[in-house]
Design a protein around this ligand. Structure first.
Ligand code: PFF
Length: 455
């Protein structure tokens, strides 16, 4: 255990896990999904999914990790169910895939920070040219991956925890400042209205699938990241309370991100349906309209916020395969970190080229019934986030309820929470893990996959 390292305090764990959860998913993806999915109707569904479907999975993942003090695959073996290891391996593979493209978008965020603080507001109009320029975006992606790798190589308490303790409070301060500022803009309330008044006619299966995928992706669930972080937590911590805090922090920051973004968008009379480009295409013009220095400060703060949020998530994504290799193959941590990061960077090259540079990767696949093709990076995102993460959630809850068994899960949850037995939390988690998650997740997943691939 001493060699594996661990979080030095409860705050350290909670901040690191909240850092994993809060990321591009909250600030980049959530607002554009809201824009495409009918505003508040999507928000309502996402919040519901987070608390009803995702929260029990989060509790279970932390419990499995802490019980075994092992990585996402080794944990199943340690509990005596070697066959279930495959769920962990699948999760590790999924995390690797997510990091490979996530780092590309993180590189864009960091690149935009550099462009905006040097006064280049026109970058919004050049988004296509920017993402197409593989050398430039590749450079930014390299810087991002190197930073992530450096932090992870310093270990759990000396790297991951320390970074979270600096990055998370700065992130919260920046987002609060930006929300307050956004509220003062003309037409801000129109944006708030779009964001908070639901139009339920916009909801269809693919919107439901996105909201579900978003809940899992946003909370870093279904692939073992939280099992891995849970494995560095000590026995006297209250898992249920920590999971509740992490979920609230994640939903809260996503909520604030929308509250900041839609007033920005409406203040300029822009389209909310901007998709993945919503932030990168729309916002620089908004910042420019603020005028000179103010635009540089507000715009710089925004893209720095986005970069910080992404960094605490890339750290957790990298830690998943790293802890697997360190635990299972006894490879020295530093060495493992650098080799794995290099491999993931290489796996990410097609995603880097799928945004204009390579025609075939940019127009990779056309879904049944869609009128335009989807690029390779978005395609990978759909498979990993919207399919494999909920699938991981189904398998993890089935495992905990019916294989490892509820009594054992409860025993682990009682450590650090002596009054757990008989509490509302026990009933809530129990119902979620045994019935609601496996059942509802399966139905939603099957229906939405059928719709996506067969129209
Ligand atoms: N939760 C992160 C976000 O919302 O950006 C993404 C993520 C991180 C997903 C870590 C999965 C994971 F294991």
């Amino acid at each position: 255990m001493a060699q594996r390292g661990g979080f030095s305090s409860r705050l350290g764990f909670v901040l690191a896990a909240a850092g994993s959860a809060v990321g591009l998913g909250n600030i980049w993806k959530f607002p554009f999904e809201v824009g495409q999915g009918g505003g508040a109707a999507f928000v309502a569904m996402y919040v519901l999914f987070c608390f009803i479907l995702a929260f029990p999975v989060m509790v279970t993942e932390i419990a499995i990790g802490r019980k075994t003090q092992l990585n996402a695959a080794g944990a199943y073996t340690a509990l005596g169910f070697k066959k279930w290891r495959i769920v962990g391996i699948l999760g590790i593979a999924c995390g690797t895939l997510i990091l490979s493209y996530y780092n590309v978008v993180a590189g864009w965020a960091f690149g935009y920070f550099v462009e905006i603080i040097t006064g280049n507001f026109d970058i919004g109009n050049q988004f296509g040219a920017f993402t197409k320029d593989v050398l430039t975006v590749g450079g930014y992606a390299t810087v991002f991956m190197l930073t992530t790798t450096f932090i992870v190589s310093r270990g759990v308490s000396g790297g991951i925890e320390k970074a979270a303790k600096i990055l998370m409070p700065s992130l919260i301060a920046m987002i609060l400042g930006l929300v307050i500022y956004a509220m003062t803009l003309p037409n801000a309330m129109k944006g708030v209205e779009f964001y908070l008044v639901p139009d339920f006619s916009k909801i269809n299966l693919s919107v439901i699938r996105s909201a579900l995928g978003q809940a899992f992706f946003s909370l870093s669930l279904g692939m073992g990241a939280i099992i891995t972080y849970g494995s560095y937590v000590n026995k006297n911590e209250n898992i249920v309370a920590s999971a509740a805090f992490i979920t609230l922090a994640d939903v809260g920051i996503a909520f604030l991100a929308g509250l900041m973004l839609f007033p920005f968008v409406f203040s300029q009379g822009l389209d909310t349906n901007g998709g993945p480009g919503l932030i990168f295409i729309t916002l620089p013009g908004v910042f420019e309209s603020l005028g000179g220095n103010l635009g540089v400060i507000i715009g710089g703060a925004f893209f720095l916020l986005l970069s910080f949020a992404a960094l605490t998530s890339t750290i957790s994504l990298l830690e998943v395969p790293v802890s697997y290799v360190v635990d299972e193959y006894k490879i020295q941590r530093k060495k493992a970190v650098w080799i794995i990061a290099l491999i993931i960077f290489v796996i990410g090259l097609p995603s880097l080229m799928a945004n204009g540079y390579s025609e075939s990767l940019t127009k990779f696949i056309t879904y049944v019934g869609a009128d335009s093709p989807t690029d390779f990076m978005t395609f990978i995102g759909h498979i990993a986030n919207d399919t494999f993460l909920p699938l991981g959630g189904i398998l993890i809850t089935i495992f905990a309820a019916y294989v490892w068994k509820k009594e054992n899960l409860n025993k682990e949850l009682e450590a650090g929470y002596p009054n757990f037995k008989g509490s509302f939390a026990e009933k809530y988690v129990d119902l979620g893990v045994r019935i609601i998650c496996p059942l509802i997740l399966s139905i939603l997943l099957i229906m939405s996959v059928l719709e996506t691939f067969f129209g």
